[in-house]
Write a protein that binds this ligand. Structure first.
Ligand code: ACO
Length: 325
């Protein structure tokens, strides 16, 4: 048995609206709102970076669990925008939160599916031997995107979310998690420069390609709808539940139109889908845990509720979790 002991979320103070973006690139509030549902997003302050965000959300989740940093036995950080290239962000979190000399590692590269994948790893680790695992999803994505590329830059925002997973039901039981990958679609959403295939060098730096996210928006849209719906159906079947049993679906907050399409495909009522993409944009791995901690904080989830998390990300990866509150 694995359960959620506590929740935490963090967003920076600086708000950037669609009108702010329209002063920097050739776009409008109308274009962004009608295509994505995003109205504003948060931007990291100059002196903040990924480890700061991860620590804020992580320490809130520890406090919410009624635990102390000394009670944490393992840390998993899901991020595509790490503090530095090496070592991983989890190393910074281990020392800055004052944790013991415990296993700490990142799960990186799977984009916005990272947190739900990390949840799957955490529940397996807890099932193997009872322990408290801090799971964080975090991105400071606006630091790395191309601010001149209107087709991608306006979609993203910065944030972090976290949970503590432990060997008891506490606030919610993790009933099941499913995950999958179709690597043949790696090219539909990718940042190709900076790895061994195409390292940083004078040429890639001068061309600016190191910050250019290649995205086939329409194919990502189609795959996102297909895979988030499929993963939700699968996790419900595995737990012997139906869509009618679901109290709330918390999907990855990439785009309101994607969320609406998933909702329709699943046949779920509007009131049963949590949406905050208008306020934060796409915060990558942070999106699901941030929405989860916000939903809990707002009282949108009651005891006895069945909550589904569902996400997709570059890879192409997808994952869904069933939580019994
Ligand atoms: N403002 C104004 N015009 C723009 C902007 C902008 N910010 N960005 C692109 N355009 C233009 C394009 O250049 C294009 O112009 P053209 O027709 O003259 O060539 C036009 O708008 C239409 O572009 P499309 O790509 O056809 O627009 P579409 O309706 O497909 O919407 C969008 C684009 C919002 C990106 C959509 O495809 C989408 O949401 N896809 C999924 C994207 C996504 O969620 N990605 C996930 C990111 S990472 C993750 O979550 C794992």
């Amino acid at each position: 048995m694995a359960g959620i002991l506590g929740f935490g979320g963090y967003v920076p103070e600086r708000v950037m609206t669609n009108d702010d973006w329209s002063k920097l690139v050739d776009t409008t509030d109308e274009w962004i709102t009608s295509r994505t549902g995003i109205k504003e997003r948060r931007i990291a302050a100059e002196d903040e970076s990924t480890a700061d965000f991860a620590c804020h959300a992580g320490s809130r989740a520890i406090v919410d669990s009624g635990l102390t940093p000394g009670d944490i036995d393992e840390v998993i950080v899901a991020t595509d925008t790490p503090e530095v290239y090496t070592p991983d962000t989890a190393s910074f979190v281990q020392t800055r939160l004052g944790l013991r000399e415990i296993p700490a590692f990142d799960l990186g590269g799977s984009g916005c599916a990272g947190f739900v994948q990390a949840l799957d790893v955490a529940r397996a680790r807890v099932a193997l031997s009872p322990k408290n695992v801090l799971v964080i999803g975090v991105e400071v994505i606006t630091r790395l995107i191309d601010w001149e590329d209107r087709a991608t830059a306006v979609l993203f925002g910065d944030g972090a979310g976290a949970v503590v997973i432990g060997p008891e039901r506490a606030k919610a039981e993790v009933l099941d998690v499913v995950a999958g990958t179709d690597g043949s679609k790696a090219g539909i959403l990718t940042l190709t420069t900076g790895g061994t295939h195409r390292p940083f060098n004078a040429e890639t730096l001068a061309s600016g390609e190191y910050k250019t996210l290649t995205m086939n928006g329409q194919e990502v849209f189609r795959e996102a709808v297909r895979r988030m719906s499929q993963a939700t159906t699968e996790v419900l079947a595995n737990t012997g539940k139906s869509v009618d049993d679901v109290a709330l679906v918390i999907p990855h907050q990439a785009n309101k139109r994607i969320i609406d399409a998933v909702r329709k495909k699943l046949g779920v009522d509007d009131s049963k889908v949590y949406v905050n993409v208008h306020a934060y944009g796409n915060t990558g791995s942070a999106s699901v845990p941030l929405a989860l901690s916000e939903a809990v904080g707002q009282g949108a989830i009651s005891e006895g509720d069945l909550v589904i998390l569902t996400a997709f990300g570059a890879g192409f990866h997808w994952a869904a979790a069933a939580l019994q509150f």
